[in-house]
Design a protein around this ligand. Structure first.
Ligand SMILES: [Zn+2]
Ligand SMILES: [Zn+2]
Length: 386
């Protein structure tokens, strides 16, 4: 194949400045670097071509000879004896090996790991009832995941046979090749394509997994959800994720909890809140009422003269604290309900009752010097001649 013109390779012309040559080269080198295009075989030869062109055109002396004699002027075996190879084993102006990668890839030199690798983590979203979250629950669920093949125990080889050492990498799992560039020599390490980095190839594949060593299956797993979890809680089930690679450990399974709301309890942390209706008679005279709790019901004392919207605390009737330390509380906001549909006789009794007491008996008083809201309203009504 005829050699392409170096100017054409870099997409520049004879009058391009040194800075522009460098720019054009970097752009192309980044684009065609074999590590960026591991699947593209053309990229590798293109990368070499680009480096060769740059090696010559970036050097004023070599450039001049190329301009004068063409490729013959740069061939070591051709006219003029060539240039005696590249600039040696160093990376030239750029310091070390790492700098070249920094230049090409912004520091993201690709590290390849051919050793055992942990399996992927899995996520499971799980919805719980309010009570399940409050008291804890044991769940058994089917998890679809990749597992080691039971027949070959993950090796991929038919039972009774063994994987053999990979011929392409001699069992190293990686292939090194030296890249010659304008900036010097540097080595690139690639995962061996034949064994995918394991160093071994399977001569007789396992019939059940066809040599993959892995199978997709749904597995029932049982796990406990502790009392006190809430929406956003996350439970880690160690080793219940996907099977590892090359003998690596399995990943983890993360259970993300979402708690369904309750009919009437509202949860805030470990405390519960609810509204509960009482009659104005109960509020006025006091009573002991039964209110629902998470586990059933409990007695709650209403004091004489309780106002509507008063919040009463029922200690220890909340949710278990996730990491121990007892339970939260239940807060009951009592709501005084005004009766409707009274008979004429009942209404008359209330009228009689009303005329028997003064306004001062009705309304709550401010404490101490601090007047209550109604005191202030009355004061202003008095000023208007009530
Ligand atoms: Zn198998
Ligand atoms: Zn190999």
């Amino acid at each position: 194949m005829a050699k392409r013109d170096y100017y054409e390779v870099l997409g520049i012309d004879k009058n391009t400045s040194e800075t522009e040559i460098k720019k054009a080269y970097r752009k192309l080198a980044r684009k065609y670097h074999p590590d960026v295009n591991p699947e593209n075989k053309d990229a590798e030869s293109k990368f070499k071509e680009i480096n060769e062109a740059y090696e010559v055109l970036s050097d004023p002396e070599k450039k001049q000879r190329y301009d004068q004699f063409g490729h013959a002027g740069t061939d070591p075996n051709g006219f003029g004896g060539g240039f005696g190879g590249f600039s040696g084993g160093t990376a030239g102006d750029f310091g070390g090996f790492g700098d070249i990668f920094d230049m090409f890839f912004g520091g993201a030199a690709s590290a390849r790991n051919a050793g055992p690798q942990q399996g992927a983590d899995l996520r499971l979203d799980l919805e719980l009832s309010f009570e399940e979250a409050a008291f804890g629950v044991e769940k058994e669920l089917e998890i679809p995941r990749t597992e080691n093949c039971a027949t070959c125990k993950g090796s991929g080889a038919k039972p009774g046979t063994n994987p053999i050492t990979c011929s392409q990498c001699q069992g190293k799992g990686e292939i090194r090749f030296t890249q010659r560039t304008a900036l010097g020599h540097f080595q690139t390490v690639k995962t061996c394509p034949q064994c995918n980095g394991s160093g071994k190839v399977i001569s007789t594949p396992c019939p059940d997994c066809r040599g993959a060593g892995k199978v997709k299956r749904k597995t029932k797993i049982k796990f406990k959800i502790p009392a006190g979890v809430d929406t956003g809680s996350r439970i880690r089930l160690s080793g219940e994720g996907e099977a590892g690679l090359r003998g690596g450990p399995s990943g983890d399974l993360y259970v993300f909890i979402e708690v369904r709301p309750h009919k009437y309890f509202e949860r805030r942390g470990n405390d519960l809140f609810m509204e509960f209706p009482i009659t104005f008679i109960q509020a006025t005279l006091g009573d002991e009422i039964q209110v629902p709790t998470l586990q059933g019901k409990a007695a709650l004392k209403i004091s004489e003269g309780t106002q509507s919207h008063t919040v009463l605390r029922m200690k220890g009737q909340g949710i278990n604290r996730l990491h121990g330390g007892g339970r939260g509380d239940l807060y009951v906001k009592v709501m005084v309900v005004t009766p409707t549909k009274l008979t004429e006789e009942q209404k008359q009794r209330l009228r009689d009752f009303t005329s028997s007491i003064s306004k001062e008996n009705y309304y709550p008083k401010g404490k101490g010097k601090d007047k209550g809201l109604w005191d202030k309203v009355w004061d202003s009504l008095k000023g208007m001649g009530d």
